[in-house]
Design a protein around this ligand. Structure first.
Ligand SMILES: NC(=O)c1ccc[n+]([C@@H]2O[C@H](COP(=O)([O-])OP(=O)(O)OC[C@H]3O[C@@H](n4cnc5c(N)ncnc54)[C@H](OP(=O)(O)O)[C@@H]3O)[C@@H](O)[C@H]2O)c1
Ligand SMILES: [Mg+2]
Length: 329
């Protein structure tokens, strides 16, 4: 069983008088900086001058300065620029400010696990990984709750690294939902597998292909969109709240029978085999090496794949429907 901590188990005295430098102010950076600030932590945000998020941070009323200056001010330096940008930001700025006794913090173990960042031995290296996108992390905090988080210690120079990680998780609001202790390796490999096989990649392909089959068979695209995309949220919400059984108990008997008998025909043993292959590539570091090479080569393939998404019919139809229903401006 993994160890789970809640607010009452966490002593946040370790953060007294400390400054947290949040490097990056995107999905996680904004949510984490604002949650910590509202929890009474002294936060300074480090960004590149002239970047888009500098104005956003100022508008939100958080202290902003350059990456180097923030890293110099921070007792804890939290790396929240994109994973692929982190090695350069580390080498050119953050590393110059990492003195003995400081803490380097991540929200994902990628660059440590795959060796793209090697911190000096005399700093603590920890991870606090909230298990949700940034917007949800902020929303839950504002609602007086939190999203679960994983914490891990890669390097414990001070002897207090775990305490610091737990206190930071508490400041994010995650102590209300539960903070699970893990390793950099487990967090990274599970996170990559999950987003590839089930969450982003798997769900995207299921939706895209379901839509394609219906439209090719002559059904109206608008109906197909509602059927295989819009309604997916409602089904996932049911699973989130009450499990797979709870979801089945909330739908009609016909949907239960159809889902239970046809589901395994759609996502079959071959899909499971593919998932095993994907997991092996994550574990061997092949996925990470390929992705880092793609980034180094200018992300051409990556950009082409995103353009392909933007050109899909389901995207055109979806945008219209979301505008019509007020979900999108
Ligand atoms: N997204 C999630 O839901 C999620 C969930 C859990 C963990 N994580 C982890 O959290 C970390 C951050 O991910 P994210 O998705 O929040 O990132 P993101 O939104 O893509 O980060 C964007 C921020 O990084 C800055 N930035 C980008 N490139 C930079 C560079 N070369 N130099 C300086 N600043 C740069 C941007 O500044 P400008 O405005 O100047 O471009 C912006 O403030 C990653 O380790 C990720 O794995 C993310
Ligand atoms: Mg991830």
């Amino acid at each position: 069983m993994v160890k789970v901590y809640h607010d009452k188990d966490i002593d946040d005295k370790v953060l007294k008088g400390k400054t947290v430098a949040v490097i990056g102010y995107g999905s996680q950076g904004r949510a984490q900086a604002l949650n910590m600030k509202d929890s009474g932590v002294n936060v300074v945000v480090g960004l590149r001058p002239g970047g888009k998020s500098w104005k956003q941070a100022e508008a939100d009323g958080v202290k902003v300065t350059t990456v180097l200056e923030a890293a110099q001010q921070g007792d804890i330096v939290l790396m929240l620029v994109p994973d692929m940008a982190q090695p350069t930001v580390w080498k050119e700025e953050v590393a110059l400010a990492m003195r003995k006794g400081k803490t380097l913090q991540f929200a994902h173990g990628f660059n440590i696990l795959y060796g793209a960042i090697t911190p000096p031995k005399d700093v603590d290296v920890i991870m606090v990984a909230p298990k949700s996108p940034g917007a949800e992390l902020r929303r839950q905090y504002e609602a007086g709750f939190g999203v679960p988080a994983l914490v891990s210690v890669h390097q414990d120079a001070s002897g207090k690294a775990l305490q610091t990680a737990l206190a930071l998780a508490k400041a994010l609001g995650s102590g209300k939902a539960g903070v699970l202790e893990t390793s950099f390796k487990d967090e990274t490999e599970e996170d990559l597998f999950g987003e590839q096989a089930v969450l982003c990649g798997g769900a995207d392909q299921l939706i895209r292909r379901g839509f394609k089959v219906l439209v090719e068979a002559g059904y109206p695209p608008e109906l197909a969109y509602f059927e295989v995309c819009n309604e997916l949220k409602l089904i996932v919400d049911l699973i989130y709240k009450a499990g797979i059984g709870g979801m089945y108990r909330a739908v009609s008997d016909t949907a239960k029978w159809g889902g239970l008998t046809v589901g395994p025909v759609i996502v079959d043993d071959r899909v499971e085999e593919n998932m095993r292959k994907v997991l092996k590539d994550v574990q061997s570091g092949k996925f990470a090496r390929d992705w880092m090479a793609e980034y180094r080569d200018g992300s051409k393939h990556f950009k082409a794949l995103m353009d392909e998404v933007d050109a899909l019919e389901i995207e055109r139809v979806g945008r219209q429907i979301r505008k019509m229903s007020g979900l999108e401006k």
